[in-house]
Design a protein around this ligand. Structure first.
Ligand SMILES: *[C@@H]1O[C@H](CO)[C@@H](O)[C@H](O)[C@H]1NC(C)=O
Ligand SMILES: *[C@@H]1O[C@H](CO)[C@@H](O)[C@H](O)[C@H]1NC(C)=O
Length: 287
């Protein structure tokens, strides 16, 4: 049995290394002057992405709800080397703001090379208690606004051989407890943009579309949410941000970060009962 386990892990590692090896290598210079729009950029992974793009010398537009914080992030981007760093405050639960933000970026930067969709609305980390209004609201913030922005930016991305980058989650591939509304918005994203990936390829489109599957990342928001409920290791936000940027720049269709999120997507199908047992027992919950 132990030999089998080792063999299993070894073959996964070999497959993983083979995939890494065949991936095109990241050229930081390719981002100098690139016109980038990052959403959810006031904090967490989005903020870290803004700083990485800045260090690579990109021209950035950032957006989130809080104008004051955006201004501070934009200032830091300029000090880190961004050619441009502009911001626009927006509420992605509004029906018009998502398109307004894309228009702003297209106008201020004269086009887009990267659209990086990363924002999420706040959602409780607790058992489903029947709040359908919240689910509907979260669907607009986490899903419909992505569709609106992607469609609005597509002609410019097409013209500029640009990239569309979707920040998604392991919870888009397997459900976990306490995240029913969040998980459904992420499943929706993967369904929609998975379909779009096919259509772009079938159209010989100039646009690359990357879907990024992230595990637990050590952002303040995530850490605060899970405190006392689950105790699993979290991966660093800055590294997650860099890997997302590299995935977009090398035009890859998928990213799994950290690497064990990929393992989880395999085990949930291969050994579902064991996976479910582990997931359910990771939670500190007494009914
Ligand atoms: C594919 O091309 C058709 C015909 O030009 C166009 O109508 C459609 O919007 C394109 N789809 C995508 C996803 O770009
Ligand atoms: C891709 O870009 C080139 C110009 O760089 C353009 O001629 C071509 O029509 C574009 N392809 C699509 C599918 O729009």
């Amino acid at each position: 049995m132990r030999t089998l386990t080792k063999l299993f892990l070894a073959s996964i590692s070999v497959a993983f290394i083979a995939v890494k090896w065949s991936a095109p290598s990241f050229q930081p210079e390719s981002l100098r002057g690139a016109r980038v729009l990052v959403t959810g950029a006031s904090t967490g992974i989005g903020e870290q992405m803004a700083y990485h793009y800045a260090r690579f010398g990109a021209q950035i537009v950032i957006t989130a709800r809080r104008e004051k914080v955006l201004q501070q992030v934009a200032d830091k981007c300029l000090s880190l080397g961004a050619q441009k760093a502009l911001y626009i405050a927006a509420d992605m639960s509004s029906e018009s703001d998502p398109e307004t933000v894309v228009d702003f970026a297209l106008q201020k930067l004269g086009g887009l090379d990267y659209l990086v969709l990363n924002h999420i609305g706040p959602s409780p980390f607790s058992m489903w208690k029947g709040d359908i209004e919240h689910s509907r609201w979260l669907m607009q913030v986490n899903f419909f606004s992505y569709v609106q922005m992607a469609w609005k930016a597509l002609p410019s991305l097409e013209q500029n051989k640009g990239s569309l980058v979707i920040v998604s989650s392991l919870l888009a591939k397997m459900a976990g407890p306490f995240t029913a509304p969040y998980s459904s918005t992420k499943f929706a994203l993967n369904g929609f943009f998975g379909s779009l990936q096919h259509e772009l390829a079938m159209n010989n489109s100039n646009v690359s579309l990357s879907i990024c599957t992230l595990g637990l990342i050590d952002t303040d928001t995530a850490m605060e949410k899970i405190r006392g409920i689950i105790d699993i290791p979290a991966a660093p936000a800055s590294e997650a941000a860099l890997r997302i940027i590299q995935t977009g720049a090398t035009r890859q269709e998928e990213l799994y970060y950290p690497w064990n999120t990929y393992l989880a997507t395999l085990t949930k199908d291969w050994i579902p009962s064991a996976t479910n047992y582990i997931v359910r027992n990771a939670y500190n919950y007494i009914p």
